[in-house]
Design a binder for this molecule. Sequence first.
Ligand code: GLC
Length: 542
Amino acid sequence: MQEKDSAPWWRSAVIYQIYIRSFADSDGDGVGDIDGIRSRLPYLRDLGIDAVWITPWYPSPMVDAGYDVADYTGIDPMFGTVAGAEAFIADAHGHGLRVILDIVPNHTSDRHAWFEAAMAAGPGSAERDRYVFRPGQGEDGALPPNDWRSTFGGSAWTRVPDGEWYLHLFADAQPDLNWNNVEVRHDFEKVLGFWFDRGVDGFRIDVAHGLIKQDSLPDAGETNDVLEPTKRDDHPHWDRDGVHEIYRDWRKVADRYDGDRAFVAEAWVSGPQRLARYVSPGELQTAFNFDYLRAAWDAASLRTVIDSSLEALAEVGAPATWVLSNHDVVRHVTRYGRTHTEGRGPRADTTEPLDLALGTRRARAAALLMLALPGGAYVYQGEELGLPEVEDIPEELLQDPVWERSGHSARGRDGCRVPLPWSGDAPPFGFGPDGVTTWLPQPESWGDLSAQAQAGDANSMLELYRAALRLRRDLPALGEGSLRWHESPEGVLLFSRTPGFVCALNLSGAPFTLPAHNDILLASGPLDGDVLPHDTAVWLAV
Ligand code: GLC
């Protein structure tokens, strides 16, 4: 595996998120699979990323697209087999790519053997203690134990036939585990070991900020959304201090293995200081920087989040990570194509007109900014193709549980999960064998956005990502390290990295004349001589 120096790989890695259902379908069932990923490993190697993160591939009833896990050490037949997964991991390593798996410790599927045993064993049993069962309130316990809301809409409690209620911060098919139970802790450490033994390089921890609930289960007094950082540091079920003990134990498990195994936390918390607690010494190595994803497309907001992130992480010696999109938020080409660019994007509920050309121009500039910043970065599959959010999936085809649980008031996240266009000019665009019906429909117009259509076109998003990632590997200034801001007009971000690198992003509304340089390495759009237009970024050799 390529290393620029002896620092561990995860301090500067570009990690490509594979949403397995929508990446590549080898067997023609309309859903992506492990052999599909294997067949596209050369594409990923040539793109220039360092690692892949695979969203859950475990056996699952697929109520939440695999985030409802029925067996943590198996592979869903829809995706392949354990032997196929082992072959894939070896193959990825052969292509110089590391592999990170998604682990889902906050909840299981209601079809997991642990939950089935809990249901069978009844109130007060050891089996029920693995989950969060409670009697209800009111005369005959007909009211839920407290006011907690499911992230997907509705109450977070469901009553079972014997009268008890169980907690689910997500769908009712995703019962929350009780992390005060030592067997739960022990079993998850075995799961980590199972996959480390099979060569995986790390884990992305789903809902890492949710595992510990306040013992007395007090009312939260507010509606909750896992994707919005809680505004309080004393929330009864988000970001509680107790989660850190779990991750310190997980770190010890990882450190027993050779080869720098690493974790990344999905933690939506109230700011960089709280996030830094997940990556303090002896705990996890990295965490997603969702403050960056949520920042508005203006120089002041970006500068603020860059500085506060770097500062908070430096205090604990952890590298920064940067991310613009994932399978839970509106694709950033679309987010940046509207007036209100902050947050994780309005969904279909918006009436704001969309300017895709504007969003694409900004997304190109955003890629160059992100990949020039110190630390690591995440690329969500399809962002390298400039895919927009699909906002017109017919209602009867929507799959996200959010659609049903919100009483059809929120369309959910399907619009960023549409199968990738690889080639050709009609669906399925090479995603699977011709004639296959993909699990979410692809827009007829996606032919121009396919990987094949973009390859070799110097002006394409794909070639911009390839060029940027190539330079990132070659230039000693990029990846881990620090940056120095330079004086610039309001609305222009201008920083240097040593040795010999400058990045400029112009959001000022006026043309900006570039500082002295030896060479223009890469630009997100056309320059006018030495003048950098609005919504454009450039990398300079100095
Ligand atoms: C995380 C995942 C999301 C999933 C949820 C419940 O936020 O990214 O897709 O629905 O957890 O597991």
